[in-house]
Write a protein that binds this ligand. Structure first.
Ligand code: PMT
Length: 416
């Protein structure tokens, strides 16, 4: 079971399902959307029902499935207004998979089945995920319909390249469910989010400092906390730059900068902070690196060890403080502190030396917090205020708290 997603929890999603072999993915999509806490009402076209029965969707959403223009009463609505009620009460109408036929109907404004009638009656955001044979998607008629719908304000999730049931290959496959939900979050975040139009830079994961071409000095950071922050900022509508050495699935909508070493992080951060509303440094950046990285693999001998001399890396946050003092960017700076002892004293010192607006202190000695696990227990420190200890939370929930705090700090900077 996935964790509820704040952006979608309590929202009313009408999921339109049309005739395509990709209907099987729509069943999983309906299930995952329901697990986010959304109320999912499925409307199926007649062709969709030839691939999967309504019972499947009813089972995964726990709600009646709509198939017939003349059906009514099951949502407590009088028969003749059932379709209008579905569209009008929705927060979003998401059609996935959307066939060439339904795209054409929507572009023309036809209303001959429950889904097309619902789409005409709806005034909420319309999101379409076309899925069809590659040649059908590329056909000028389909492309013209897509353009018409885009100009009218619909959002279109581009199909991906792949192999079809026909055995042919092309661009027409429905993206996988996590990508579909990622697109939905990105599009809705931009419409509803408190950080819409803001620019946020997030760093995540550890760094690798080369010893030789095959070995490095690194740390245990997985990137989970930083990626969760990037996703929470996207949910809040921000334009997000994610700088990371981790290889997790990047949230849909981020501008991703792959890095390796502390020097790479410094370079990417300095290039990204002009005009940024906030920088959130969740990355575990190395403090030390081998003074000399060997060009060729160091050969071992049986009787001798290897002595490495480590030098200091640049402190990214200290450099950011200098840039900020001179330019005013970024407007808000958040740092982390990973501590194995004396958490509050060490964190308090970092808050002031690094001139931060907010410091998130982690006790990384606890088994359920810090590196690699899915939960975290943090203390929030702000200048001249008492520390605020949060309970054990998922990294997603910690990320949402940090993003709320960043939104508040940006508003305060606006008002200053
Ligand atoms: O990635 P996960 O597995 O999910 O784990 C999450 C986490 C434990 C890595 C994360 O929550 C965390 O605590 N990140 C900060 C780790 C860290 O480097 O802490 P620090 O106390 O060494 O550094 C203090 C601050 O200075 C950090 O914001 C760090 O990004 C920054 N820093 C550190 C070194 C350096 N050369 N330049 C910096 O700017």
């Amino acid at each position: 079971m996935s964790e509820p997603i704040r952006l979608l929890a309590g929202k009313r999603i009408v999921l339109g399902v049309t005739g395509s072999i990709a209907v099987y993915k729509a069943a999983d999509l309906a299930s995952k959307l329901t697990q986010t806490g959304a109320r999912v009402d499925v409307v199926m076209t007649e062709s969709a029902q030839r691939f999967v029965t309504p019972l499947t969707f009813q089972a995964v959403t726990g709600r009646p499935v709509y198939t017939d223009l003349w059906q009514g009463g099951s949502a407590g609505l009088p028969t003749h207004i059932a379709h209008v009620g579905l569209g009008e009460g929705a927060d979003v109408l998401f059609i996935a998979p959307c066939s060439a036929n339904t795209l054409a109907k929507l572009a023309q404004g036809l209303a001959d089945d429950l889904l097309s009638v619902t789409a005409l009656a709806a005034r909420c955001p319309l999101i379409l995920a076309p899925a069809m044979d590659g040649s059908m998607y590329e056909h000028p008629a389909t492309q013209a319909n897509v353009q018409t719908l885009l100009q009218r304000g619909a959002a279109v999730i581009e199909p991906v390249w792949g192999r079809f049931a026909s055995g042919l290959e092309g661009r027409g496959r429905l993206p996988e469910v996590p990508a579909l939900i990622g697109h939905l979050r990105h599009l809705l975040g931009m419409r509803w989010g408190a950080l819409a139009g803001r620019r946020i830079v997030v760093t995540a994961g550890g760094t690798r400092e080369a010893i030789d071409p095959v070995r490095y000095v690194g740390n245990h950071s997985s990137g989970k906390q930083g990626y969760a922050i990037a996703q929470a900022a996207l949910d809040a509508g921000a334009q997000v730059t994610l700088i990371s050495s981790a290889h997790l699935l990047a949230p849909v909508g981020v501008r991703f900068i792959q890095v390796e070493s502390a020097a790479d992080v410094l370079e990417a951060v300095l290039a990204s902070i002009p005009q940024a509303d906030a920088l959130i440094m969740a990355a575990a950046v190395a403090d030390f690196r081998p003074q000399q990285a060997a060009d060729r693999k160091i050969k071992k001998s049986d009787d001798e060890g290897l002595t490495l001399t480590l030098g200091r890396t640049a402190d990214v946050l200290l450099r950011v403080a200098e840039v900020r003092a001179a330019s005013g960017w970024p407007r808000v700076v958040v740092g982390f502190a990973a501590e194995s002892h004396d958490l509050l004293a060490n964190a308090q010192a970092k808050l002031s030396t690094k001139r931060l607006d907010l410091l998130v202190a982690n006790d990384v000695s606890a088994p359920d917090a810090g590196f690699a696990v899915d939960t975290n227990r943090v203390v929030l420190l702000r200048p001249a205020q008492a520390p605020e200890a949060l309970p054990l939370l998922s990294k997603q929930a910690v990320a949402e708290r940090i993003v709320d705090e960043v939104a508040r700090l940006i508003r305060a900077a606006d008002d200053a």
